[in-house]
Design a protein around this ligand. Structure first.
Ligand code: COI
Length: 354
């Protein structure tokens, strides 16, 4: 499918690229494409960034039939622009779509759309250490109808936001609150997808955690509140006696692309890496016995985020004296090094934008 391009006549003023924060600014253009039952996806176009006019009865506003992705474009010191495993994001968007009864799209075409949009807005990609252009593809149900059934029309959009680090802590360890009242997702639900409702479900616990001085919430399984799942904005890894352990994908955990990359590279570097069920009790027992060496989160927005403290049912453990540990450091340096082009890409993870 051809992507039509209409360039803006009113370029925006760019923000101070040294103080971006996360998700505060959007670029000059966006990608749009529509779906109509019987026709399929059509009218792919890059147009000036604009507000949407929507009927108040649009289905997405009522029943949350929507999916999204998050990936980044990086500008290396050599000026080259790189994407990190964009095909994996497009594959995962289709996996989310399948669960949300949203029509499949051509994943390769999705990557082409991202490349073209990023190329047009390339002047918005910041250069500083830890900065990037966050890419947010998303799909919404647009039928004007308040009956509950899958929509027959959809809109696929991609917007871009120059960003700094997601957490104010940057690469410094975050404090995490283990949630023991609410749950984020259960097996058979939508936990493995990127859909708006999963994030809505997390807000109440997130708010309470923040009030108590914690950065994020660690979710336990929704049935027994025994096993560790994920943080919501990132997957989680524990280093116990030198072995890297992360919860296995079980249907209620997001299959993170940074998670997968961290596991692949740690295996490649000779570490023992295990995906299995891990209880929060086991984590706390290991911490108390001095065997919990490191904890870190992995995510596109969060990158690699060391965890310095965990709090569960009123009890606190401090990890690695609240410092970033060597394995977290290695994963951070390797992944960000490949993304920025400072390091060679032996795994073929990078897509260069001409
Ligand atoms: C991401 O890491 O890209 C995410 O989607 C997490 C969050 C910002 C929703």
């Amino acid at each position: 499918m051809e992507i039509k391009v209409e360039l803006t006549k009113h370029p925006k003023q760019k923000p101070d690229m040294n103080h971006l924060g996360f998700g505060n600014y959007y670029t000059d253009h966006m990608f749009e494409m529509d779906y109509t039952e019987g026709i399929g996806w059509h009218d792919a176009r890059i147009v000036p960034y604009h507000s949407l006019e929507m009927d108040p009865a649009s289905m997405v506003l009522h029943y949350g039939q929507s999916t999204f992705e998050g990936l980044k474009a990086y500008r290396g010191q050599d000026g080259t622009i790189r994407l990190f495993r964009p095909e994996k994001n497009m594959e995962r968007l289709n996996i989310s779509n399948q669960r949300l009864v949203i029509p499949q799209f051509d994943a390769e075409f999705g990557v082409e759309a991202i490349k073209k949009l990023v190329s047009i807005d390339r002047d918005w990609i910041p250069e500083g250490e830890g900065t990037s252009l966050y890419i947010r593809p998303f799909i919404i149900a647009t039928d004007v109808h308040v009956g509950v059934h899958p929509s027959k029309t959809y809109k696929f959009m991609i917007i871009l936001s120059p960003v700094g680090s997601y957490y104010k802590e940057g690469i410094n360890p975050v404090r995490i609150y283990v949630e023991d009242e609410y749950c984020r997702a259960v097996r058979g639900g939508m936990g493995f997808t990127k859909t708006a409702g999963n994030y809505a479900a997390s807000l109440i616990a997130q708010e309470t955690a923040e009030e108590r001085g914690y950065t994020q919430v660690l979710w336990l399984d929704g049935v027994s509140k025994t096993y560790v799942e994920e943080v919501g904005t990132m997957n989680i890894m524990f280093v116990i006696d030198g072995e890297v352990i992360t919860p296995e994908l079980n249907g209620s955990i997001l299959s993170g692309i940074t998670r997968r990359s961290a596991l692949e590279l740690l295996k490649d570097k000779g570490y023992k890496v295990t995906e299995r069920k891990i209880s929060i009790q086991e984590v706390f027992d290991a911490a108390k016995a001095g065997r919990l060496n490191e904890v870190f989160g992995t995510g596109t927005a969060a990158v690699i985020s060391p965890v310095g403290e965990l709090m569960w049912e009123g009890e606190t453990v401090i990890i690695n004296n609240g410092q970033i540990g060597p394995i977290s450091h290695l994963v951070y340096d390797t992944i960000t090094g490949i993304q920025s082009g400072k390091l060679k890409d032996p795994y073929g993870w990078v897509t260069v934008i001409d």
